[in-house]
Design a protein around this ligand. Structure first.
Ligand SMILES: Nc1nc2c(ncn2[C@@H]2O[C@H](COP(=O)(O)OP(=O)(O)OP(=O)(O)O)[C@@H](O)[C@H]2O)c(=O)[nH]1
Ligand SMILES: [Mg+2]
Length: 312
């Protein structure tokens, strides 16, 4: 809800928890016409006959569900977004409920309600503190029956219901709990025992046009992986070998340098007993893809020498 109270509450809740970000970004860069879009289409198993030059950046988003154990990532269908949001909310909500129930045993969770006040779960141990801090909260009367022995928390169970003032009970708390449960379990079929993690795989297909280059800098970051695509057949252009003035090769070098401006790991000097060696591990990771192999006329070794010269 967009009222002021809800927004404040929402912002507080945002600060109260955290989760691992599992999104992956793969950025594909290289000279115009190098075959970036064709490569991506091939990777997606799509047709490449109608590929046209990319304008700006084309972003592909693929929703994945990752098995944490075997590392296999599965593509999800279109309604993933809502399910994922609900799963995130619901797991957090359940975690909080379970904490309340298991910290103190037996736990007697009450729902303190006040009109225009968010639902607050008060546990016995903190009752006095909570009540004194929030004097306006109406404490529900104690249940006639003795509190139940602590049970293992059940998955989709709403907060325990206690005999409370009918005016209160009919209002926000129960309704909210019911709505919440319905929304999360019935509609989106969230499996709360689901141990899998969700992530979005984003593939950025950059335009190779040199006019776009200065804007590309804005989008390069260390939290990505890169594919640098280069036309192998242009390595045999005049002066290519050992000559940085070859346009194709220069642009290739430009991309490698630009990406590594964001390097997280400085080149490390590893000192061992007898010698000092240098680690070439650079972050972010870059995969080099040679395209137009079918059009290469030089020997493979000669092409390799051109790129070797660049000391990448
Ligand atoms: N012969 C040959 N043609 C290719 C190869 N890869 C791509 N092409 C062709 O090269 C042209 C340009 O390919 P794109 O995939 O649009 O290249 P791009 O790097 O995305 O180009 P921009 O988006 O303009 O930067 C298309 O006509 C492709 O069919 C290849 O390996 N061999
Ligand atoms: Mg393209």
């Amino acid at each position: 809800m967009a009222d002021k109270r809800s927004i404040d509450l929402y912002l507080k809740l945002l600060e109260s928890g955290s989760e691992k970000k599992r999104d992956i970004r793969l950025v594909v860069v290289g000279k115009k016409g190098a075959g970036k879009t064709s490569l991506i289409r091939r990777l997606f198993g799509e047709d490449i006959t109608d590929v046209t030059s990319t304008n700006g950046i084309e972003i592909h988003k693929i929703k994945c569900k990752a098995m944490s154990d075997d590392g296999i990532w599965n593509k999800l269908d279109d309604n993933y977004e809502e399910t994922q949001t609900h799963a995130r909310l619901f797991k957090e909500y359940l975690g909080k409920l379970q904490d309340k129930r298991t910290i103190k045993e037996p736990v007697e969770a009450h729902i303190a309600i006040k009109d225009n006040t968010p639902v607050i779960f008060v546990d016995e141990s903190k009752k006095s503190e909570t009540v004194s801090k929030q004097p306006d909260i109406i404490k529900p009367p104690k249940a006639a029956e003795p509190p139940k022995a602590a049970e293992p928390p059940k998955a989709a169970e709403p907060p325990a219901e206690h005999p409370v003032n009918p005016q209160q009970s009919n209002q926000s708390s129960e309704q909210a709990a019911r709505d919440f449960e319905t929304m999360l379990t019935a509609k989106s079929k969230v499996d709360v025992h689901d141990k899998e993690e969700y992530a979005t795989f984003m593939l950025w297909d950059f335009a190779g046009d040199e006019e776009f280059y200065h804007t590309h800098q804005t989008f390069l970051s260390q939290d990505a992986m890169y594919l640098v695509v280069t036309k192998l057949n242009e390595a045999d252009e005049p002066n290519a070998k050992g000559n940085i003035s070859n346009r194709s090769v220069t642009l290739f070098q430009l991309w490698i340098d630009s990406i590594h401006c964001y390097s997280r790991l400085e080149e490390q000097n590893i000192v061992s007993d007898d010698k000092t060696t240098t680690s070439d591990d650079l972050d972010p990771p870059v995969v080099i893809v040679g395209t137009w192999k079918d059009a290469v006329t030089l020997e493979a070794d000669t092409v390799f020498d051109v790129y070797k010269f660049l000391k990448i």
